[in-house]
Design a protein around this ligand. Structure first.
Ligand SMILES: Cc1cc2nc3c(=O)[nH]c(=O)nc-3n(C[C@H](O)[C@H](O)[C@H](O)COP(=O)(O)OP(=O)(O)OC[C@H]3O[C@@H](n4cnc5c(N)ncnc54)[C@H](O)[C@@H]3O)c2cc1C
Length: 375
């Protein structure tokens, strides 16, 4: 039976739900309070990053999302490049972790290959050769341009599935009968999915406040377009990143690496800094990032964080043009133990948020799981 479905939030989680619902024949309306999506989903690296997910269910969801991104590229004309990724090792302890992960990968069901320093440089001219020991190549990562992708998906969903979008519409109330209310207008739905990202105040604040969700702020930088046809190749991640993604938790040497970083460069732990780089279709290199949580979050960005990120980036990557064209921060919602926070505060009213640093990687697969379950 076709349902009237209301989705609050036109970030990646809301769009993923709108797509999965519309494909199943439901009539979908998406609301966003901004004139165009402006949340975490347009502020990220554009890295679809299955390698970072722990092996098993989470990795399978990420691979499913990956397939959806590729579908979107062919059906929706969205720029998506299967560039893969390289984790660089410039220190012995980083190399040890990569070795351990590569040894375990076949039994984890993860595809990846160790590269010598020379092989790394053949795949990416941006890998800094000074002290480079080698790298771990994974073929599964995709590159998207977040503002362009997130802002073009609504046009695809409207044209293909007649999904209706109400931008500049803040939903401030939801009562029984699943009436969404904004200013003086009201809509009635059979099912509502609330995908409000880091907004914990507008709808069901008590539910969200006891959920365990946290807010996290990340600072980001972007270079101007690199000259000519220069391309970074795969996404690049430094050895510091091995501390960040839980897929590497299975590596016995990870503790040694973490202790070394904590002793040598405690300022990186203080601001949750690990560094990565991706290059968009305009030739700009997106660089980041840092992590500050909840009460540490200030509206003002810290130049000290940008300087630390650039210091670390210079030691692992080599760009023809380091001119920084844009700086910004993004805030996402993160659940400490779950890939996404799920709740049903009223019958057929669902909250879906808290994808942390992996929403671009996980949202499409998670939405598909929900709609299969609800069908
Ligand atoms: C700097 C940064 C880098 C990142 N890098 C990556 C990456 O490379 N790869 C990756 O997989 N993930 C990455 N992430 C994580 C990813 O961006 C997030 O997990 C994801 O964007 C969250 O999507 P969302 O739809 O939940 O939230 P959002 O994108 O924030 O969307 C929520 C939307 O809901 C709207 N809204 C909220 N409340 C209401 C209301 N009451 N009425 C109407 N509208 C409402 C908001 O206006 C907003 O548009 C990164 C995040 C950041 C911040």
């Amino acid at each position: 039976m076709a349902l009237d479905v209301g989705v609050v939030g036109a970030g990646i989680v809301g769009l993923a739900h709108a797509w999965s619902a519309a494909e199943r024949g439901h009539r979908v309306t998406v609301f966003d309070r901004s004139p165009k999506a402006s949340g975490a989903s347009i502020r990220n690296f554009g890295m679809v990053w299955p390698i970072g997910q722990p092996a098993g269910d989470a990795h399978a969801v990420a691979m499913r999302s990956r397939a959806r991104w590729l579908q979107l590229a062919s059906e929706g004309n969205v720029w998506v490049v299967p560039c893969g990724s390289i984790h660089l090792a410039h220190r012995d302890d980083e190399w040890a972790v990569l070795h351990e992960f590569a040894d375990l990968a076949p039994q984890l069901g993860v595809e990846c290959t160790l590269l010598t320093a020379e092989q790394v440089r053949m795949r990416s001219p941006a890998a800094n050769p000074v002290n480079l020991i080698g790298g771990l190549f994974s073929p599964t990562e995709l590159c998207v341009n977040p503002p362009a992708a997130i802002r073009s998906i609504p046009a695809f969903l409207s044209a293909r599935y007649d999904v209706h979008f109400e931008f500049s519409t803040a939903i401030m109330d939801l009562d029984s009968g699943w009436t969404l209310a904004a200013d003086t207008r009201r809509w009635v739905f059979d099912r509502v999915i609330i995908c409000g990202g880091a907004d914990f105040e507008s709808l069901f604040p008590a539910e969200l406040q006891r959920s365990g969700l946290k807010r996290c702020k990340l600072q980001m930088l972007k270079t101007r377009s690199q000259a000519g046809t220069w391309r970074i190749g795969p996404h690049l991640a430094s050895g510091l990143t091995l501390r960040h993604y839980h897929n590497f938790d299975v590596c016995p040497s990870l503790d040694t690496l973490k202790r070394r970083v904590a002793t040598e460069t405690p300022e990186l732990d203080r601001f949750g800094i690990h560094v990565m780089a991706s290059q968009n279709d305009e030739g700009c290199v997106v660089l980041g990032d840092s992590h500050e949580y909840d009460t540490d979050i200030e509206p003002f960005d810290k130049s000290a964080i940008d300087e630390l990120m650039l210091r670390e980036l210079h030691s692992v990557i080599d760009l023809p043009d380091w001119t920084i064209e844009q700086r910004w921060h993004g805030i996402y919602a993160k659940h400490p133990g779950l890939p996404i926070f799920k709740s049903e505060p009223l019958p057929d009213v669902f909250i879906r948020t808290g994808t942390g640093g992996a929403g671009m990687t996980m949202a499409f697969g998670l939405a598909e799981q929900d709609w299969e379950h609800w069908s």
